[in-house]
Write a protein that binds this ligand. Structure first.
Ligand code: SF4
Ligand code: SF4
Length: 423
């Protein structure tokens, strides 16, 4: 396993285990935050994952009080406790999103609870969780969550006392907040920063939504200051693990045996300022594959990089929704399965299953197949047509997706297909 060096000389594995999509006993995966499967976490399978990781040199484990409806830290703490403390680094976050948790007392209680659940006196990597969110209020929110309440000052003292080894933040959203936090570097000395980075977002995040920031910009700002980057969303919520035929054929010409995921992991890992690349790996086979990719890393060459850049343009020309299935928009008060609907849509786009117009060859069959698959994937009461456009979900979306508008688009197609069947 390729390793990188952290701000204080820690030798960190290039692959990091993201504890936000644990396997559940029904064979699915636990929700990252509030949506997803209601089934219990399969703690035996998680233990198997952690054991496998540690045996194969993966030593960075990332969690948050917000993941898996609050259960992630305890499950991880229990699984890690079976291994010597010098075999693993744990990262967790100050996930004080709700206004009632902004006070110093509530935020500090969250921090102390993390240490208790993770069964450790020392948190190796501690993050201000997801700064930059909140739309127009992003700066106000940053100040309210971390500055005005004295929490950042408190965390700096905790680092001084050795109870936090590395202090950093994760970022989604408003570039002004990212730059503002970086401008504090002289005083704070950020030890690492977590950013979204993959071969599509590298040059094109802003094309998807002007409020996004290209990953190259974020990475370079950190590299200039020699701040190690922790990478999230290397697979763009799994979407880069399912590539359309054009991209798959193009990549297969470079290496017929490489999997789609391996290209993404090699892309993120090839950047020298990257400390570790996180992945929420629900099944052991994903961990095995990613361990293989990084044991050791084979950096991308210029031809491979150029091919991925060309492929990013092809990827964006598809009708994809940039949803990473993070669940932050959930629950919808009207019961919609927002990530489920978008995941179904993206799969149909990748597999070129969106029906064409009536009269086109195979239309009747494609229409029928699409509707059967949609009805199987999304229960009637959770379909896009239930959206009343209240807009409560959209401000929570770190990808700045206009969720109600996109749901209307899905529903317009579904309704048209249903109408055409009745005609
Ligand atoms: S806009 Fe639609 S999907 Fe979003 S919270 Fe309202 S009803 Fe739910
Ligand atoms: S729509 Fe946005 S908030 Fe909801 S799951 Fe997708 S990326 Fe996450």
């Amino acid at each position: 396993m390729t390793q990188r060096t952290g701000a204080h000389g820690e030798r960190v594995s290039l692959l990091g285990y993201g504890a936000m999509r644990y396997p559940t006993v029904d064979g699915g995966h636990a929700a990252m935050s509030r949506g997803g499967s209601n089934s219990a976490i399969d703690t035996a399978a998680v233990q198997q994952h952690i054991d496998y990781c540690i045996e194969h040199g993966v030593n960075y484990f990332d969690t948050s009080p917000a993941y898996c409806r609050g259960e992630s830290e305890k499950v991880l703490g229990d699984a890690l406790a079976k291994h010597p403390r010098d075999k693993w680094f744990v990262a967790t976050k100050l996930s004080n999103f709700a206004a009632k948790t902004h006070s110093f007392e509530a935020s500090r209680a969250m921090y102390e609870e993390s240490r208790r659940l993770l069964r450790t006196d020392v948190i190796d990597f501690y993050l201000l969780h997801s700064i930059g969110g909140g739309g127009k209020n992003s700066m106000k929110l940053f100040n309210s969550r971390f500055i005005d309440n004295g929490m950042l000052d408190f965390l700096l003292k905790e680092r001084e006392a050795g109870r936090i080894r590395n202090l950093g933040y994760s970022f989604h959203g408003d570039e002004a907040v990212f730059r503002h936090a970086l401008s504090m570097h002289d005083k704070v000395h950020w030890d690492f920063v977590q950013i979204q980075l993959n071969w599509v977002d590298w040059h094109h995040a802003k094309e998807v939504n002007p409020r996004n920031v290209n990953a190259e910009t974020l990475y370079n700002l950190l590299a200039e200051r020699k701040i190690p980057a922790v990478i999230m969303e290397p697979l763009l919520g799994g979407r880069l693990a399912r590539l359309n035929d054009t991209i798959s054929r193009r990549l297969a010409r470079l290496d017929p045996n490489a999997t789609p995921a391996s290209w993404s992991f090699r892309f993120a890992g090839s950047l020298p300022g990257v400390l570790t690349v996180l992945s929420g790996m629900t099944y052991l086979k994903y961990i095995e594959e990613n361990v293989r990719t990084y044991s050791p890393l084979k950096p991308l060459d210029a031809t491979e990089l150029a091919t991925l850049e060309r492929s990013a343009k092809t990827f964006l020309s598809d009708d994809n929704v940039p949803c990473t299935a993070c669940d932050y928009c959930m629950p919808c008060p009207y019961g919609l399965d927002i990530p489920g609907i978008f995941s179904f849509w993206n799969q149909a786009v990748v597999e070129d299953r969106l029906p064409d117009e009536p009269g086109d060859p195979g239309y009747a069959q494609n229409r029928r197949r699409f509707l059967i698959d949609y009805e199987r994937a999304i229960p009637r009461l959770r379909e896009a047509q239930r959206c009343i456009g209240c807009g409560r979900c959209a401000p929570h979306c770190p990808q700045s997706i206009d969720i109600p508008a996109m749901l209307r688009k899905v529903d317009d197609l579904v309704e048209k297909l249903r109408r055409n069947g009745r005609a």
